[in-house]
Design a protein around this ligand. Structure first.
Ligand code: CP
Ligand code: NVA
Length: 308
């Protein structure tokens, strides 16, 4: 706010939080969900900006509602309506906005834009999705697994589909919390190799397996997860990707290979009939709408933790 960086914490990737911090945030999010501290308003008198280069339903609305519920003000910044869109630099924008705002949530194409912004901002920066990471989604995913399965360590999670931003953050979140993650994807669509290497060398990591056969991945899964085949910004590759991924759909046949009490997660928005069928999305195994709700609770816990 005043140009001081002392003590500022950003949340750009899962690694920005320790294992204990993640566990405490999930505990706090579960408390908030249960209605605890309804009248506690730690953001009173504080303003948080949301700068989004890409569309959003869940991230934007859950953050704006969460900020309001915590007593703060949210300000949505459309790239077309601020000077950044006319060529003002990321660095200057970050410096100036930090003089007004107590925190900034960014949704960008290049992950380097989030990093550059955070390196010049003196207010905490939260990554609300970049081409490489979606850490806020991963927090809600962990909360949902904890809520439904009662633990994280030792859980078997099968991610079926594209090794994209959601998969990268899920690999990191799994490695931080001891979840065993198996990713089934076509060759060439694995999560980022540097992210896989770092995750594998994490002290708390469980198994991190990449394979090709979705049924094999689902075989011992407690949780089956998918995301769209074509992420925002990849529209030019849509036809190619849809044909590459056609055997990577979560459908009833695939679920039959998993445990009876398997839960199905999807970060949403879903392309029903592509990566997931209606039958599975709307089945009793599906926890996708609880997962979407949990964005609100985990983001409130995160804001309480980061915004001073
Ligand atoms: N899951 C997620 O981030 O959704 P939005 O793109 O709607 O924010
Ligand atoms: N992988 C998707 C996630 C959307 C929340 C995308 O980046 O479009």
């Amino acid at each position: 706010m005043n140009g001081q960086t002392d003590g500022k914490r950003d949340f750009l990737t899962i690694w920005d939080l320790s294992k204990d911090e993640i566990e405490n945030l999930i505990k706090r999010a579960l408390e908030l969900k249960s209605g605890a501290d309804k009248n506690k308003c730690p953001l009173i008198g504080k303003s948080i900006g949301l700068f989004f280069e890409k569309p959003s339903t869940r991230t934007r609305v859950s953050f704006e509602v969460g900020i309001y519920q915590l007593g703060g003000q949210s300000i949505y910044l459309n790239p077309k309506e601020i000077q950044l869109g006319r060529g003002e630099s990321i660095a200057d924008t970050a410096r100036v906005l930090s003089r007004y705002l107590n925190g900034i949530i960014l949704r960008t194409y290049a992950h380097s834009s989030v990093e550059e912004f955070a390196s010049h901002a003196t207010a905490p920066v939260i990554n609300g999705l970049s081409d490489f990471h979606h850490p806020c989604q991963a927090l809600a995913d962990l909360m949902t697994i904890m809520e439904k399965k009662g633990r994280l360590k030792g859980i078997h999670l099968a991610y079926i589909g594209d090794g994209n931003n959601v998969a990268n953050s899920l690999v990191e979140a799994s490695a931080r919390t001891g979840i065993n993650i198996t990713i089934a994807c076509p060759e060439g669509y694995e999560p980022n190799p540097d992210i896989l290497d770092r995750a594998r060398s994490s002290a708390d990591a469980g198994e991190i397996i990449i394979l090709r056969n979705p049924k094999e991945a689902a075989g011992r899964a407690d949780v089956v997860y998918t995301d769209v085949w074509v992420s925002m910004g990849q529209e030019d590759e849509a036809e190619k990707k849809k044909s590459k991924f056609k055997n990577y759909q979560i459908n009833s046949q695939l679920l039959q290979c998993a445990k009876k009490d398997v839960i199905v997660l999807h970060c949403l928005p879903a392309h029903r009939g592509e990566e997931i069928t209606d039958e599975v999305m709307d089945s009793p195994n599906s926890a996708v709408f609880d997962q979407a709700e949990n964005r609100l609770h985990t983001e409130k816990a995160l804001l309480e933790f980061l915004i001073r």
